[in-house]
Design a protein around this ligand. Structure first.
Ligand SMILES: Cc1cc2nc3c(=O)[nH]c(=O)nc-3n(C[C@H](O)[C@H](O)[C@H](O)COP(=O)(O)O)c2cc1C
Length: 171
């Protein structure tokens, strides 16, 4: 697929079929995540891949947005590995870095016919506790993954994008 076609056709999948994500495809998705650019190449990301019923059940106690996915990746950022911008007090790029990592995974998955939905609505402390994520990692995103169910279609919001004139200024 051409990149723009891929980017335009991807939508948030909130209903998954029972077909599991194959190991070789998961490997490709994780590889796309691995090669993402990060500030100073610090690579603060950590990825928790949940595939067992037990792990997914634990996550469900902390986040209602799993959508029946049989694979979920939880993306975190290790605080000590984040690049800190010396010009801006208390600013670090962990969330940015890990968002790029997650985006690459999401787009690679779609290229393989595997849908996902970026989930930001969760109580981080509940997720941390449920999955025993260390205190020095910030939970940045949760990505349920899988093949879209037969009747899955984009939500109305997918078609609502602001026109370029509203978001781009040529100076
Ligand atoms: C940072 C971020 C957080 C999001 N959190 C949620 C969420 O918690 N639950 C959900 O159903 N969708 C969530 N989404 C998906 C957005 O609602 C969706 O991307 C947007 O409405 C555009 O639709 P589309 O992805 O189908 O094009 C999130 C997306 C992003 C980028």
């Amino acid at each position: 697929m051409e990149f723009l076609e891929l980017a335009k056709s991807r939508y948030s999948v909130r209903s998954f079929s029972e077909r599991r994500v194959e190991d070789d495809k998961l490997k490709i998705i994780l590889e796309a995540a691995r090669v993402a650019p990060t500030a100073c190449n610090n690579q603060p990301q950590r990825l928790y891949v949940l595939q067992s019923d037990e792990a997914i059940e634990k996550l469900k106690q902390a986040s209602k947005f799993v959508f029946g996915a049989s694979t979920v990746i939880v993306f975190t950022s290790v605080k000590e590995e984040e690049w800190k911008n010396p010009f801006t007090k208390d600013y670090h790029t962990g969330e940015i870095d890990v968002s790029i990592v997650c985006t690459q995974a999401m787009l690679q998955a779609w290229e393989l016919g595997i849908g996902s939905c970026w989930v930001g609505y969760y109580d981080p402390e509940k997720v941390r506790k449920a999955l025993s994520i260390p205190k020095n990692e910030q939970i940045v995103a949760i990505l349920p993954l899988g093949y879209p169910s037969e009747d899955c279609k984009p939500a109305a919001a997918h078609y609502l994008r602001k026109p370029l004139e509203e978001t781009v200024k040529f100076l």
